[in-house]
Design a protein around this ligand. Sequence first.
Ligand SMILES: NC(=O)c1ccc[n+]([C@@H]2O[C@H](COP(=O)([O-])OP(=O)(O)OC[C@H]3O[C@@H](n4cnc5c(N)ncnc54)[C@H](O)[C@@H]3O)[C@@H](O)[C@H]2O)c1
Length: 462
Amino acid sequence: MNITVIGTGYVGLVSGTCFAEMGHDVTCVDVDEEKVSQLSSGEVPIYEPDLDRYFERAREENRLHFTTDLAKGVADAKIVFFALPTPPGEDGSADLSYVLDAAGDVADLLVGETDSEYRIVVNKSTVPVGTGDRVESVFADRGLEIGTEVDVVSNPEFLREGAAVEDFLKPDRVVIGTESDRAAEKMERLYEPFVRQGNPILVVDRRSAEMIKYAANSLLATRISFMNEIANVCERVGADVDKVRLGIGKDHRIGPNFLYAGIGFGGSCFPKDVKALARKGRQEGYDFQILDAVLDVNDQQRRRLAEQAKDYFDGDLAGRRVAIWGLSFKPGTDDTREAPSHVIIDELLDQGADVVGYDPEAIETTRGTFGDQIDYADGKYEAIDDAEALLICTEWHEFRRPDLGTVREHLDNPLVLDGRNLYDPARMAEMGFEYHSVGRPSYAPETNREAIEEAIVENGQP
Ligand SMILES: NC(=O)c1ccc[n+]([C@@H]2O[C@H](COP(=O)([O-])OP(=O)(O)OC[C@H]3O[C@@H](n4cnc5c(N)ncnc54)[C@H](O)[C@@H]3O)[C@@H](O)[C@H]2O)c1
């Protein structure tokens, strides 16, 4: 089947590539000429595990095409997906201009056709409840017959960056929001190969589908902020949040996922989606109080490492070299949108610190934001050369088991502020680090030099 995906970012490129993997002929349309020319010449512009493998195969088999020409994309498509940005507007509500403008452009093309065939327009962008109705009106207002010439469907996307291909190919569930049996049947057929292991395709009304996406992201963000608050109390009462997590995660009503304390959520979705749902509630006369608290807690948590560093140096970070391990908002991606590391870097720069960052994949995206305001290291140990503090912001695998003896040698001052709870606090103290993590006890560093060196020899690894 011919499929068109409009918007070739994280969601659009992964969706297009995975539909092509299932044998469809996919055209991806984007307004970014540079991106389209990169993709057309076989270059994947984002980092996402396994994406390049599937992308290459689809291109070799001539099933994946890229264009800036919307007319070319829409001409033969049976299904047109929108994977367009929905950034927060100034008041926190989702900016729908990309989606509504694209709907207008597609509608104009369909009106111009002589023998207009039935098409499904599918919204994969995260949009507030009622957006599908607005998109449908765009088509109806141009005289296109809903149900005969076009149906507008909501199909929210739940992929996680860092595991996007895996999630797309084997989704926990597929949600299809439509009141049209014809559209539902075609969409179910499209997704059947993705749920062969028995995960459900849920066909619901369009408004509920739109709400499912916001409810899912808001609940996940709430779990994170909740655990961060538990961690903050743990620190004050001498409890260990990691043990608390294990204890509550075993409760079947709670489950083990999304219970990690840390330095707050980031990324292109959670912050904006929580804001958008809170805003939508307010527009409808409902004060969604929990979500305001979730955002406040997150703002506070994301600044935490910078504040700890500032306190440690008695408020004077000017000219001090501070190293950051992990710049992406989570491991497995080069995406730094709303990354906690960037909030921390902003704070450190405000304080006059001399910042050096290292990340296995997100150096270039970070350079796009900070340019030469900070230094970039080629490796994790280079990053900490002569640094007076190491701040850990993203839990990439390579940060989980560093040679702590080497870390100790490279650092000018043994301060490690770990926003991801990667190491054992007692061992870190034993090795002479001043080590603080989130929601766990800190121990005074072992100051006897001999004992430290012995510990380094014996416990090269944490
Ligand atoms: N990134 C995620 O993890 C994720 C997961 C689920 C849902 N979503 C939602 O999916 C949507 C897209 O997110 P994303 O992260 O892929 O965004 P993105 O910013 O990575 O990609 C959007 C793409 O759309 C292109 N674009 C903008 N206007 C266009 C137009 N008129 N025609 C064609 N292309 C156009 C941009 O050039 C860009 O390449 C958002 O609503 C987001 O909330 C994202």
